[in-house]
Write a protein that binds this ligand. Structure first.
Ligand code: HEC
Ligand code: HEC
Ligand code: HEC
Length: 254
C-alpha cells in the first residue's frame, strides 16, 4: 500500500539522517580528525602572564600530568598516554609527534591548527583582524572559532554537558574497571573518583567577557539564530571564581 510504503521510506530516510548526524565523541576520533594538534609553544594570547585561563591551567595538575608517568614502560604504555597526554593516537602539525605531554588546552578544546590560523591571520588580514571582529561582533567571532574546530564543553561538544568531556579521563565510580590503575585512595583514605561539581569548581577558568553581556540581552529570535554558540550546560551560568575577576584579556599583539 502507498501509505505503508511511504511510511517505510520516511522511516528509512529519518533513521539514515540520524545516523549521519549522530554525534561523535567531543574530541574527534583520530581517523576522522579534521585539524591537527599544534601544541602550546608560541601561544602568546591566552598564555601570557596575568591572563586567567592560562594562569589557572598552570596552577592545576593537568599541566603536570605527564610527570606522573615515571618509568620508560609507563611513558610508552598506550593506556597511560591516553589520559596523561594530549592527542594520543591523533594527527599532529609536527609529524614526528605522537602525543603532547600533559593535559593541555587542546585535550579539551580540540586540535588547534585551524583555530590558530584564524586568530593569527583572519581572512588573510593579519593578527589584528580577529581582535577587530571580536569587538565588532563577538557572536560572529565565537562562531568563526567553532567553525575552525574549537570545542567548548557545555556549549558545542556533542552532548552539551561539560561533565561528559571530563569523563573521557575521569570516573565517578571508584570501582570503574577503566579507571586509572594508579588511583586507589587519597591521602585521607577516601577512594579516588570524580565528584563533578567539586572538580569543576577546582578547575574552572571561566571569566567575564563582553560576550556574556551580549548573550544575556539576546532576544529569543537571536538565540535561535546563534544556536550551537550559546551555553547549554547550566553549570556554565554559576558564579565564576573570585580570582577570575578583573584579569587581563587575551589579545593578540604584533
Ligand atoms: C582513564 C584515564 C587514566 C588512565 C588510563 C591512567 N590514568 Fe593515571 N590518572 C588519571 C586521573 C584522572 C588521575 C587523577 C585522579 C583524581 O585525582 O581524581 C590520575 C592520577 C595518576 C597518578 C597519581 C595517583 C595519586 O594517588 O595521586 C599516577 C601516579 C598515575 N595517574 C599514573 C598512571 C599510570 C602509570 C598509568 C598507566 C598504567 C595511568 N596513570 C593510567 C587518569 C588516568
Ligand atoms: C580539562 C579541560 C580543559 C582544559 C585542559 C582547558 N580548558 Fe579551557 N575551558 C574548559 C571548559 C569546560 C570551559 C568552560 C566553558 C565556558 O567557559 O563557557 C573552558 C573555557 C575556556 C575559555 C572561555 C572562558 C570564559 O570566559 O568563558 C577560554 C578562553 C579557555 N577555556 C582557554 C583555555 C586555554 C588557553 C587552555 C590551556 C592553557 C585551556 N582552556 C585548557 C575546559 C578546559
Ligand atoms: C585528557 C584527559 C583529561 C580530561 C579530558 C580531563 N582531565 Fe582532569 N585530570 C586528568 C589527569 C591525568 C589528572 C591527574 C593529574 C596529576 O595529578 O598529575 C587530572 C586531574 C584533575 C584534577 C585534580 C587537579 C588538582 O590540581 O588537584 C581536577 C580538579 C580535574 N582533573 C578536573 C577536570 C575537569 C573538571 C574536567 C572536565 C572539564 C577534566 N578534569 C578533564 C586528565 C583529564
Amino acid at each position: 500500500m502507498f501509505v505503508g510504503r511511504f511510511a517505510a521510506f520516511l522511516l528509512i530516510t529519518l533513521v539514515g539522517t540520524f545516523l549521519v548526524l549522530a554525534p561523535t565523541s567531543s574530541v574527534e576520533a583520530a581517523d576522522k580528525q579534521k585539524y591537527k594538534y599544534t601544541g602550546n609553544k608560541g601561544c602568546k594570547c591566552h598564555l601570557s602572564p596575568g591572563v586567567w585561563e592560562g594562569d589557572e591551567w598552570k596552577q592545576i595538575d593537568h599541566s603536570k600530568a605527564f610527570k606522573r608517568l615515571q618509568t620508560d614502560e609507563e611513558k610508552k604504555d598506550p593506556k597511560c598516554l591516553k589520559c596523561h597526554t594530549t592527542g594520543y593516537g591523533g594527527k599532529f602539525k609536527n609529524p614526528k609527534e605522537t602525543y603532547l605531554e600533559d593535559v593541555t588546552c587542546e585535550a579539551c578544546h580540540g586540535p588547534g591548527e585551524a583555530y590558530s590560523e584564524l586568530k593569527n591571520n583572519y581572512q588573510g588580514k593579519g593578527k589584528k583582524a580577529f581582535n577587530e571582529l571580536l569587538e565588532k561582533d563577538p557572536m560572529a567571532a565565537r562562531k568563526a572559532q567553532y567553525d575552525a574546530g574549537l570545542i567548548v564543553a557545555g556549549i558545542n561538544n556533542a552532548s552539551g554537558k561539560v561533565k561528559d568531556q571530563c569523563l573521557e579521563c575521569h570516573w565517578e565510580d571508584p570501582n570503574d574497571p577503566e579507571k586509572c590503575p594508579k588511583c586507589d585512595k587519597d591521602d585521607k583514605g577516601n577512594p579516588i573518583a570524580m565528584n563533578f561539581d567539586e572538580y569543576f569548581k577546582k578547575d574552572d577558568h571561566r571569566d567575564l567577557d563582553t560576550i556574556d553581556e551580549v548573550i544575556k540581552k539576546m532576544s529569543d529570535g537571536d538565540k535561535a539564530k546563534w544556536k550551537g554558540c550559546i551555553e547549554r550546560d547550566p553549570i556554565l551560568n554559576t558564579p565564576i571564581k573570585p580570582e577570575a575577576k578583573g584579569k587581563k584579556k587575551a589579545v593578540a599583539e604584533d
